[in-house]
Design a protein around this ligand. Structure first.
Ligand SMILES: [Zn+2]
Length: 319
């Protein structure tokens, strides 16, 4: 590792924090995925990150810098996390805090933008002209490369997860109602399943939960779906419908040729992509029908870690 420039990439999700050391060829070492301390005060995650950075520093003293990918709006120039609803953070001066605590320069990026950069530089769609990356995790994020430039706006651009698809829908962490993420995030899928648990449909899922083998998770729902559990079937089909609706709206706006899905829900199984393109058709503007390719990221949980580290290794113009 001597002589090489290694950057610590950290992807902070509402459920897990993923991290790894990345060099300029996209090699990832010491990848870790730990649970996010979400059940405690919002500041607990800040301390968790300090400990994590220090652990890496103990093993590799000459880390060149840290890239932090966050589930919300950031201002990288000022080093401030503007707003992360799922972490309950607002106006947190992160770069200043960590530069002092760990004596390393820190750069910030939205997590879906990070996943999008990971895909663009190291994934299957390297150097694509236009690329949309959707992260389906605790919330829903979206990152867009448009004509080989990353679209960020003033730091809060491309918040596709907060497109309102039903003004009478469930409350969202952002304060609005019926945002797309209240239907298609991993949390939303679990919540919808929980809400229908007593409708008399479920068999396998109910049994698993009564046995106390596992809490209700998106992964468990997909496992039951594959075993043809009626409730899981209903929930997954509903999720595909909502996913198709939002994705088609984005195709109508940006004339996309490829959409890459990442995040916990995408990692739960291959089932989500089955028949999804067909479901998008009725919502898609006719000349654009059939024009988009849907796929999962081949980088899996490392997409965001690789992407945020690319801030140090690669050139990218932001618009
Ligand atoms: Zn929202």
């Amino acid at each position: 590792m001597r002589g090489e420039k290694w950057v610590l990439g950290i992807d902070v999700g509402g459920t897990r924090i993923k991290s790894g050391l990345i060099n300029d060829t996209g090699e990832c070492r010491d990848f870790k995925s730990i649970p996010t301390a979400m059940d405690k005060e919002p500041s607990a995650v800040l301390s968790q990150l300090t400990d994590l950075i220090q652990d890496y520093q103990d093993n590799l003293p000459d880390i060149a810098g840290v890239g932090l990918a966050l589930p919300g709006s950031v201002n990288d120039r000022e080093g401030v996390c503007l707003y992360c609803p799922n972490l309950r953070w607002r106006d947190v001066p992160l770069s200043q805090k960590y530069s002092q605590a760990v004596d390393l320069p820190v750069r910030l990026l939205n997590d879906a933008n990070a996943a999008c950069l990971g895909e663009y530089f190291y994934g299957k769609n390297r150097n694509a002209q236009t690329l949309l990356c959707i992260t389906l995790g605790t919330g829903v994020g979206s990152g867009l490369i448009f004509k080989r430039r990353l679209f960020v706006g003033s730091g809060s651009g491309m918040e596709a997860g907060h497109m309102v698809i039903d003004p009478n829908g469930p409350p969202c962490a952002c304060g609005s109602k019926g945002c797309w993420e209240t239907y298609v995030s991993a949390n939303a899928v679990v919540r919808r399943c929980q809400g229908q648990m007593d409708a008399g449909l479920s068999t396998i899922l109910k049994k698993w939960l009564q046995n106390g083998d596992s809490p209700l998770t998106a992964e468990l729902i997909f496992k039951a779906y594959r075993l043809k559990d009626p409730l899981a079937q209903r929930i997954v089909l509903e999720t595909k419908e909502y996913l198709a609706l939002g994705l088609a709206n984005l195709v109508n706006l940006f004339n996309l040729s490829v959409i890459v899905l990442t995040g916990g829900l995408a990692e739960a199984g291959p089932d989500l992509l089955e028949g999804l393109a067909e479901k998008m058709e009725p919502y898609t503007y006719p000349p654009l029908r059939g024009s988009v390719r849907l796929e999962y990221s081949i980088l899996g949980p490392r997409a965001g870690v690789l992407g945020v580290a690319s801030l140090w290794h690669k050139e990218m113009e932001w618009i």
